[in-house]
Design a protein around this ligand. Structure first.
Ligand SMILES: C[S@@+](CC[C@H](N)C(=O)[O-])C[C@H]1O[C@@H](n2cnc3c(N)ncnc32)[C@H](O)[C@@H]1O
Length: 201
């Protein structure tokens, strides 16, 4: 993994074995978050693409994927190619450099399993607001704020350190000042929730 100072702390991509056990139905997760086939979407901090291929499939290819780690992007791309998913664009870059990195505004931005590590979360929410179309949505998938030893997968505690985890209320508190309002909270068992925000006029 390529780590440098722009890399958000504690956001390394997990191993595929337990990740696939934890997220057996990525498309179902995306649908639960409210992503529909007519949307143009951004998978922000896409990692090795566990959600990217299914996301691109769901929206007929109107999907951008962005990650700072070239190696992760290459893996995501390889996996998408293997499954026949087409994307509108693969973008290597720092999420904080949005909106400049995207060629168009999108309807929906997904950031999964990453927001807990973002040093200035309000600034990232502001950057996301700038790439959304009016009324667009921003979904944050977070581990529930449970002690790490209470979130085992394949027999071992997983996920970010307990003290980095965010409640839905903490997530709202940093995202809403950037011009968003919470639209819905989605339970993503066994250990996650999705907070879906709508950009206000
Ligand atoms: C834990 S992984 C999650 C991947 C994917 N969203 C998922 O849920 O399967 C977090 C990803 O964030 C990326 N990342 C870390 N810092 C970043 C930054 N400043 N800009 C863009 N991506 C970043 C890492 O390279 C890693 O691939």
């Amino acid at each position: 993994m390529t780590e440098h100072e722009a890399f958000f702390p504690a956001t390394g991509m997990p191993d595929r074995d337990w990740w696939s056990a934890l997220w057996p139905d990525p498309e179902g997760t995306l649908r639960a978050l409210g992503i529909t086939p007519d949307m143009t979407v951004l998978d922000l901090c896409c990692g090795d693409g566990w959600f990217t291929g299914p996301l691109a499939g769901l929206v007929g290819g109107r999907c951008y994927a962005l990650d700072i780690d070239q190696e992760m992007l290459a893996k995501a791309r390889e996996e998408a190619t293997r499954t026949g998913a087409q994307l509108a664009g693969w973008i290597e870059g720092d999420a904080r450099d949005l909106p400049a990195l995207l060629p168009e505004k999108v309807d929906f931005v997904l950031v999964a399993n990453t927001f807990h590590g973002v040093p200035d979360q309000s600034a990232l929410a502001t950057a996301v607001a700038a790439i959304l179309k009016p009324g667009g949505s921003f979904a944050i998938v977070n581990w529930h704020a449970k002690p790490r030893e209470e979130t085992p997968v394949l027999g071992e505690p997983r996920g970010p350190r307990t003290e980095m985890r965010m409640t839905p209320e903490q997530t709202r508190a940093v995202v809403e000042p950037a011009g968003f309002e919470l639209d819905k909270l989605v339970e993503l068992p066994p250990f996650h929730y999705g907070a879906v925000f709508r950009l206000q006029d």
